[in-house]
Design a protein around this ligand. Structure first.
Ligand SMILES: Cc1cc2nc3c(=O)[nH]c(=O)nc-3n(C[C@H](O)[C@H](O)[C@H](O)COP(=O)(O)OP(=O)(O)OC[C@H]3O[C@@H](n4cnc5c(N)ncnc54)[C@H](O)[C@@H]3O)c2cc1C
Length: 373
């Protein structure tokens, strides 16, 4: 059979996952081009726990809860391909609430939602003292529900792992910025590359990629900053903590603690570190783990989220371009639903049926011809 070529622009969670699944097909030659500047995936916190959201968008919830459930087969696929240390861990998650009746409501919500998504696991109510038994330095006045199905992802490790597996499968990885010339042509470092199918997985940068083709895209950037501490705590068995308010605490291996994240609108694609925001995040984290106040911040990460005007993600083909796939607008939940979206795109390109209705996520609502074009 003739080999078909695919170019993917953008190597965040969507582009890298799509590249990985597509590179498993012997009939396709896949090239992944990634600039990497401002990438949301490698900056992201890593919370995978969508089931307690109060968002009303049912299509978003269906996609994102299935996205969380997709981590099980996804990690099995990576293990089968030889990955020993997986970037995702089911740690369980504490979700704190200011009032007792809100804790009871969260348990009820979980009971209702478990019918469609058993992955949520068991959900139980815990007093502040019981939380401290699990996470000794953590202090809070609030009780929490604990969901055993919650987990956390190291986004930077995932994209690196996927890149390695993709290259092992014969994929070509190119670092740098690319431009789209037309549905089948990409310009990279002065050379043109032709492909049967092109996937634009460029997150917040989709307007720039599609503008030369005469399209306006309803996607805007949002800046996000977070910080890391290297602590002496035994964080390996700690669950993720989601207190009320802006910050979340994510324990990773060997004492690494991630505190995230800011949500800054009107900053464009700026990725400079704002010390005032970092100090604010540190102060809030110290109100839960007091010793963090005297601890140096080990690392700061800054990334750019992509939002549509109705906060919903979209993916599919560009109107009137059946070989040009896009995914964007994943907002603050793209680590959760990104791999599932990417896997579906790969299945469609490979001519397989992923058995999921993508009509509610059609790009046509968000991508329109310039009025002048
Ligand atoms: C601080 C922060 C915290 C977050 N926390 C969470 C969380 O806890 N849980 C969760 O589910 N989600 C979280 N998110 C959201 C999640 O990270 C994003 O929704 C998701 O990573 C988007 O993935 P993507 O592949 O669409 O885009 P990105 O990861 O942004 O990748 C797009 C890539 O395309 C590249 N690119 C752009 N233009 C070009 C070009 N012309 N040529 C080549 N390459 C190009 C970029 O450089 C980038 O590498 C967080 C985001 C941020 C910023």
């Amino acid at each position: 059979m003739e080999t078909k070529s695919i170019i993917i622009i953008g190597g965040g969670i969507v582009g890298s996952t799509a590249a990985y699944y597509l590179s498993k097909s012997p009939d396709h030659q896949v090239t992944l081009i990634d600039d990497g500047t401002g990438q949301a995936t490698k900056a992201a916190a890593g919370i995978i726990c969508p089931w307690f959201t109060l968002k009303r968008n049912k299509d978003w919830y269906r996609l994102t809860s299935q996205g969380a459930a997709f981590y099980e087969p996804f990690m099995k696929d990576l293990s089968k391909d030889g990955l020993e240390s997986l970037p995702y861990k089911q740690t369980g998650t504490f979700i704190f609430k200011k009032k007792d009746e809100h804790l009871e409501r969260a348990v009820q919500l979980a009971d209702e939602r478990r019918v469609d998504c058993p992955r949520i696991g068991e959900v139980t109510i815990h007093t502040p003292e019981e939380v401290t038994e699990v996470i000794p330095p953590f202090r809070s006045d609030y009780g929490a529900v604990f969901a055993t199905g919650g987990g956390r992802l190291n986004g930077a490790q995932l994209v690196e792992d996927l890149r390695q597996l993709f290259i092992q499968n014969g994929g070509t990885y190119l670092q740098g910025s690319a431009e789209l010339i037309d549905e089948h042509t990409v310009l990279y470092q002065g050379d043109t590359y032709l492909a049967e199918t092109i996937v634009l997985a460029v997150g917040a940068w989709l307007p720039q990629l599609l503008s030369p083709l005469g399209y306006e895209v309803d996607v805007r950037p949002q800046k996000g900053q977070l910080l890391e501490f290297q602590t002496d705590f035994e964080t390996d068995s700690w669950p993720v903590c989601m207190p009320p308010g802006e910050i979340d605490l994510l324990p990773f291996e060997n004492g690494r603690l991630v505190i995230g994240a800011s949500h800054e609108n009107d900053m464009g694609y700026d990725i400079s570190v704002d010390q005032e925001i970092i100090s604010g995040l540190k102060e809030k984290a110290s109100s839960f783990i007091a010793t963090l106040a005297d601890q140096d911040v080990t690392k700061v990460r800054v990334g750019t989220r992509a939002y549509t005007s109705d906060y919903a993600p979209f993916y599919g083909t560009v109107p009137n371009h059946e070989h040009l796939w896009v995914a964007s607008g994943l907002g603050s939940s793209g680590l959760t639903n990104g791999p599932f979206i990417a896997w579906q795109i790969a299945q469609h390109i490979l001519g397989q049926d992923p058995d999921y209705d993508i009509a509610p996520y059609s790009p046509s609502k968000y991508i329109q011809k310039h009025s002048k074009a």
